[in-house]
Design a protein around this ligand. Structure first.
Ligand code: REY
Length: 417
């Protein structure tokens, strides 16, 4: 038995004992690995097409990113690719160990913390938010689950904040907001839907989740990330340093595209990210993101019940390939493989972090630019290459067999974020 298997078995025994005793598992308890859905898999997973991954990174650069990189973790080990530069001034090459701002991939961290509180019986998913934060929201029907699924109807205050990209960014680069100030910005706008009715991605939801975590734990969200995720998974390059503006250690510098064609890129590396906080201010690196997503999928962070809730998804568009669970996206790729994770956009950085449901394969990719959807779409090509492998070259239709020419058109991976 390998060490990690033994650890899981012991953790499983601890969990069973804890559940039998009616004790909620603590943050440091690793959960037993769940039954792996791929038990029914009949063909082996395709090897990642790392040439295809490199081509996607180069395509992101052709769309204006100074650099890009991706790291794949699978049964045959780790494969990484880097292209271009992480610093345009020094010319330093992109480095797979460098840290960057992961934007909304932070929402998955926040969701895990919240769902651990659900596991511990301290928060109920279908309870009104106002039960925990009395009087905060003007509609008492908005539940915790509505926040995590983007179905609260709370307007996204960042739309107005960043209507003009560079001035909007410079106006908040060094600002420190309270959560309440951000919620107030949202509440000054009309709500977008009745609670629960439809999916509308909004940073406000995860700002309120951050408030909820702080209220229930009595501590800053930074403590919760550290104690419940970063520490237990030993994510040494992951941090939440709000409102510090710096990225410690080896870092990728971020370059924001201005709205005006032909204007120079803006170095957006240093900022408080206070406008996002629990909706998007985590810093990490590709290895840590793969560790996080695979650990999550393997059941090391949540009970089977809350992981099931997290991975229960509804569509976010009409392509039938894009879905959202609880702080977690699901993308259905052209080869039929489903991957779970999140995308992220903060000024200067586009990120993808996804894993298969069995946690056996994961990919993280980043490009150091933003406000340039075509670069994000190009970067999204790393997912297809990594998880679907080399595309068959056949173009002659064979009876009973799908060929590349019959595959559905590649959906736009850029989405909103
Ligand atoms: C905000 C605008 C993006 C970024 C955002 N990110 O809400 C959250 C997420 C954390 O979901 C900016 N775009 C850009 C504009 C557009 O300013 N006018 O692309 O860097 O990841």
């Amino acid at each position: 038995m390998t060490l990690s298997n033994r650890r899981r078995t012991l953790a499983g025994a601890t969990l069973i004992a804890a559940l039998a005793a009616g004790v909620a598992p603590t943050a440091t308890t690793a959960y037993a690995a769940p039954a792996v859905p791929t038990a029914v898999r009949t063909t082996p997973a395709p090897a990642p097409d790392m040439e295809g991954v490199s081509a996607a990174l180069k395509a992101a650069m052709a769309e204006g990113a100074p650099g890009a990189m991706a790291r794949f973790t699978g049964p045959d080990g780790v494969r990484a690719r880097t292209e271009g530069v992480r610093d345009r001034t020094t010319g330093a090459a992109m480095d797979i160990h460098a840290r960057f701002r992961i934007g909304s991939v932070s929402k998955t961290f926040t969701s895990v913390v919240l769902l651990q509180l659900v596991d511990e019986g301290r928060v109920e998913l279908d309870a009104p938010v106002n039960r925990y934060l009395p009087g905060l929201l003007p509609d008492a029907r908005i539940t915790v689950r509505h926040l995590l699924t983007h179905r609260s109807g709370l307007a996204d205050y960042t739309d107005a904040m960043f209507e003009h990209t560079v001035p909007g960014f410079e106006a908040v680069r060094n600002r420190v907001f309270s959560y309440q100030e951000l919620v107030d910005l949202s509440l000054a706008e009309p709500r977008t839907t009745e609670p629960g009715v439809s999916y509308r991605y909004s940073n406000t939801n995860f700002v309120v989740v951050g408030m909820l975590i702080e209220k229930v734990t009595g501590k800053p969200v930074a403590d919760a990330y550290q104690r419940r995720v970063i520490g237990p998974l030993k994510l040494r390059h992951t941090s939440y340093v709000h409102p510090d503006t710096r990225i410690a250690g080896l870092r990728v510098r971020g370059y924001l595209h201005p709205d005006e064609e032909g204007q120079p890129l803006v170095d957006s590396t240093e900022q408080t990210v206070s406008w996002a906080q629990s909706a998007g201010a985590v810093i990490s690196d590709p290895a840590d993101l793969n560790t996080f997503m695979t650990a999550l999928m393997r059941g090391r962070l949540l009970s089977p019940r809350t992981l099931e809730a997290m991975t229960t998804v509804t569509p976010t568009d009409t392509t039938d390939t894009r879905f959202y669970g609880l702080g977690l996206r699901r993308y259905d790729l052209s080869c039929g493989t489903q991957v779970y994770g999140h995308t992220g956009t903060v000024q200067g950085y586009y990120t993808y972090a996804f894993s298969t449901r069995d946690g056996r394969r994961a990919l993280s990719s980043v490009a150091n630019t933003s406000n340039h959807g075509s670069a994000n779409t190009a970067l999204g090509g790393t997912l297809e290459a990594a998880f679907c492998g080399k595309k068959p070259t056949t173009t002659t239709p064979t009876p009973g067999r799908r060929t590349t020419s019959l595959l559905p058109a590649e959906p736009d991976l850029a989405e909103r974020r």
